[in-house]
Design a protein around this ligand. Structure first.
Ligand SMILES: *Cc1c(COP(=O)(O)O)cnc(C)c1O
Length: 388
């Protein structure tokens, strides 16, 4: 039978890494020693004490049944205490925190709670692809706000036409930013709160990278800004912070009604995150944070090796203050796709073309600091030999 996909599947953009994965597999099959700077997945293992807590919790039959839909009270309490310690933000664990099966899950489900067919959402471009796809799945339309170098890769909210802003239901933002590595400060978040108030827009801040920062920099939470909790929510994740991408544990915090909407969707789709994983998550949030500092030092060293090497060949990428992404401008006269392809074919290095994250990402490639500094040094040596 020639079953036909629904429009929402037919309308999906090609998966960003699909073509890159194919080319990478081809090179590996030919025996090329590929250096993968393509995917934002930490290469180092989850800290031992978190694994130990999971093992112990997995043994306990009390954790073998369906978890609570919105998350374990103990985990939500730990999230609230972490927000207080880390950001000085007060949260009611019962109504202002929800457990997610990774933050991607929450981001993907949120539009189903607030977007009717034809409704509009504002999304940055370039961006993590899930925002736009999730809005499309809900039947909504997107208006893309370009992230440009001259604006520090922050969306220029004043440039959004008033009639568009009036129609918008959601605004997605993400700082520290994937893919540009840009960061945002209070003045920007204050503008976001004012915009949301003026146009009655729900702000969804994806804060997956607040703990991955360098040189002593401490990224802030959107919720630190006065009024933020009245206009939106923040998504967070243990994936990047604690090398836990495979565990699937995240959370959203903020506006109680927005979280209630998300919770209503979730309780009809999934049945919560494994309690043993949430108990290990409590350990991750409440134990000594030395492992987070160690990771920061490792990424910082890798970043410096890469930035120095790129500068030596005339590629002036800014060292990111946060995230494990280097947003590298392409050589003169070369598109993102051309440079990605050149690096792959002539140097065996996988990068991601900036244009794959949205048209304004053209002119850049994203390099993830997810291999050892020795491998990054090797990548730099190889790039030196490529002519462009
Ligand atoms: C990695 C990532 C996430 C998703 O993380 P989860 O593993 O689903 O918690 C969300 N947003 C951005 C921008 C990311 O890069």
């Amino acid at each position: 039978m020639a079953f036909e996909f629904a429009d929402r599947v037919k309308n999906l953009p090609p998966y960003l890494f699909k073509e890159i994965d194919r080319l990478k597999a081809e090179l590996i099959a030919r025996g090329v020693d590929v250096i993968n700077l393509g995917v934002g997945d930490p290469d180092l293992p989850t800290p031992k004490h978190i694994i130990e807590r999971l093992k112990e919790a997995a043994e306990d039959p009390a954790n073998h049944q369906y978890p609570s839909y919105s998350g374990m009270n103990d985990f939500k309490g730990a999230v609230a205490r972490w927000y207080k310690r880390r950001f000085g933000v007060d949260l009611d664990p019962a109504s202002e925190v929800i457990t997610l099966i990774g933050s991607k899950e929450g981001i993907a489900h949120l539009p189903l709670a607030f977007i009717n067919p034809g409704d509009l959402a504002l999304i940055p471009s370039p961006a993590y692809p899930v925002y736009g796809v999730a809005v499309m799945f809900a039947g909504g339309n997107t208006h893309e706000i370009p992230l440009l170098k001259e604006n520090g890769f922050l969306p220029d909210l004043d440039a959004i036409p008033a009639d568009v802003a009036k129609r918008a239901k959601l605004l997605f933002i993400n700082y520290p930013n994937n893919p540009t590595g840009a960061t945002a400060e209070a003045d920007f978040f204050q503008k976001v709160v004012a915009f949301a108030r003026e146009y009655d827009v729900i702000v969804c801040h994806d804060a997956a990278y607040t703990e991955m920062a360098f040189d002593g920099y401490r990224p802030m939470s959107f919720l630190e800004v006065p009024g933020a909790k009245e206009v939106g929510i923040e998504f967070h994740s243990l994936s990047k912070t604690c090398n836990m991408t495979g565990w699937r544990l995240g959370f959203a915090v903020g506006h109680a009604k927005v979280l209630e909407g998300l919770g209503q969707i979730k309780s009809n789709v999934d049945s919560g995150a494994f309690n043993a994983v949430q108990l290990a998550g409590i350990t991750a949030l409440e134990s000594d944070q030395t492992c987070v500092k160690e990771m920061q030092a490792i990424y910082q060293e890798r970043r410096d090796v890469l930035i120095r090497g790129l500068r030596e060949v005339g590629l002036h990428a800014e060292p990111p203050k946060a995230t494990f992404y280097v947003w590298c401008p392409t050589p003169q006269g070369m598109t993102s796709a051309q440079f990605t392809s050149l690096l792959l074919k002539e140097a065996g290095i996988v990068t991601t073309p900036g244009s794959g994250f949205g048209a304004p990402g053209e002119g850049y490639v994203r390099m993830a600091l997810t291999v050892s500094k020795e491998r990054i040094q090797e990548a730099v040596e190889r790039i030196r030999k490529v002519s462009f």
